[in-house]
Design a protein around this ligand. Structure first.
Ligand SMILES: Cc1cc2nc3c(=O)[nH]c(=O)nc-3n(C[C@H](O)[C@H](O)[C@H](O)COP(=O)(O)OP(=O)(O)OC[C@H]3O[C@@H](n4cnc5c(N)ncnc54)[C@H](O)[C@@H]3O)c2cc1C
Length: 383
């Protein structure tokens, strides 16, 4: 089946959806409210499932992504609690986890789309679902009609609120995140690491050019901001093991981003309503504790395109999309929340000691198994 789609939101999910839909012969317009298309954030880890979805969409991130062969979990004094065997993951899945600057991933996705299918600086807050026919989308001063609208407008999705007015929307996870990319290359012993303290974690992801992203996630009331976030990170984490002080030292204060982490605790009853499909964080915003949010958005994009290509009607395609995507992504979201509760959120010293001991005693295969549980997914064929 061919047709036309309006994708609301030009984040990782929206761009990937547009690429997938074009691959299966649909006409696509992406409407993004920002004047300039970019991804706010530092770096991102992609697991095999996200990389496979990208491959199915024809997007090769190879040279821009750094494989994570070495790293794992540490305690603030530097003791290693667990190792992640990237080579073992590669043997199982064909790829280890990789790290990439978000701006690079976004650039590669954008490059796979012709400029004329992007409408920038236009906000879509609601759509006219009218009768059984096409959906009318107000864009700027005009209206576009489409067979399908893809709501890829992120965690605070306005279209989700329109489609599910009784859903409570996203909730604060209890954690806030401060992150940045270093200004210059940093000498690091590992491709990535995650250090768990009480109610806080500090991680890094190394990039191909030797720079690295770091992120500090910690328990805090919603909305708290620091006058000088970098100075606050030095105060909180400057006494933790190397290379944490080095990473902070190599960062410019104006490169630091601070966001509260929200998630959809109440799962959506459906990822589609009429001719509107919800995708990415709009459908299943999750905490970052498994590094799976964007990977799930990429899976959504591949599955949505395959369903629209294979099914005879939009209704049948969106019903298939919902059936294939909702159980899996909502189960990954639950697992991410659990991972946060058992890891970064734990603040009581006794609970922290038990967690750390359990990690140290776990067989090295256990960390690989945790990744495999969610990363071993295969995309449908497109085109
Ligand atoms: C700290 C942190 C670390 C993370 N790390 C990882 C990781 O390592 N690996 C991983 O896979 N995932 C990770 N994630 C999750 C990942 O970032 C998200 O799941 C992913 O970016 C969601 O993409 P999206 O396109 O659905 O939403 P977004 O990226 O939020 O994009 C939504 C877009 O819609 C636009 N928009 C919003 N409203 C409108 C409107 N009304 N009209 C037009 N446009 C609109 C916005 O401007 C934006 O461009 C992390 C998340 C956080 C917070």
């Amino acid at each position: 089946m061919g047709g036309s789609a309006v994708v609301v939101g030009g984040g990782i999910g929206g761009l990937a959806a547009a690429i997938g839909l074009r691959l299966v012969g649909w006409e696509v317009t992406v409407v993004e409210r920002a004047a300039v298309l970019a991804d706010v954030g530092a770096g991102i880890s992609l697991h095999a499932n996200g990389i496979r979805a990208l491959n199915a969409l024809g997007v090769d991130i190879g040279a821009a992504a750094r494989p994570q062969y070495t790293g794992g979990t540490r305690a603030p004094d530097g003791r290693r609690l667990a190792r992640m065997d990237g080579a073992a993951l590669e043997r199982e899945l064909g790829t280890p986890i990789v790290g990439i600057p978000r701006a690079d991933l976004h650039r590669l996705l954008r490059a796979a789309l012709p400029a004329e299918c992007l409408v920038m600086g236009a906000e879509v807050t609601s759509v006219d679902r009218g009768g059984a026919g096409r959906v009318r989308v107000p864009v700027g001063d005009g209206v576009r009609e489409a067979d399908v609208v893809v709501a890829a407008d992120g965690v605070n999705s306005g279209l989700r609120a329109q489609v599910f007015p009784h859903h409570p929307g996203p909730a604060y996870s209890g954690s806030t995140v401060v992150r940045a990319i270093t200004e210059r290359p940093v000498e690091l012993d590992t491709d990535f690491d995650l250090t768990w303290g009480g109610g806080a974690e500090f991680g890094h992801i190394a990039f191909v050019d030797g720079r690295a992203e770091w992120h500090a996630v910690y328990n805090a009331p919603a909305g708290v901001r620091h006058e000088d976030a970098l100075a606050e990170m030095r105060r909180r984490f400057g006494g933790w093991h190397d290379p944490i002080p080095t990473l902070l030292e190599a960062t410019r204060p104006d490169a630091v981003l601070h966001h509260d982490i929200h998630e959809l605790v109440t799962p959506l009853p459906a990822f589609a309503a009429g001719r509107i499909a919800l995708l990415g964080d709009a459908a299943h915003a999750m905490t970052p504790h498994l590094g799976q949010g964007a990977c799930q958005a990429l899976e959504d994009a591949a599955v949505l395109a395959a369903a629209l290509a294979a099914e005879p009607t939009v209704e049948a395609a969106l019903s298939r999309y919902d059936a294939e995507r909702r159980p899996r992504s909502q189960s990954v979201a639950r697992a991410a929340r659990r991972a946060g509760r058992m890891g970064q959120h734990l603040a009581h010293p006794l609970a922290v000691a038990v967690r750390d001991t359990a990690l140290r005693l776990a067989p090295s295969r256990a960390t690989v198994r945790t990744v495999l549980r969610h990363a071993d997914w295969r995309p449908p064929r497109l085109g």
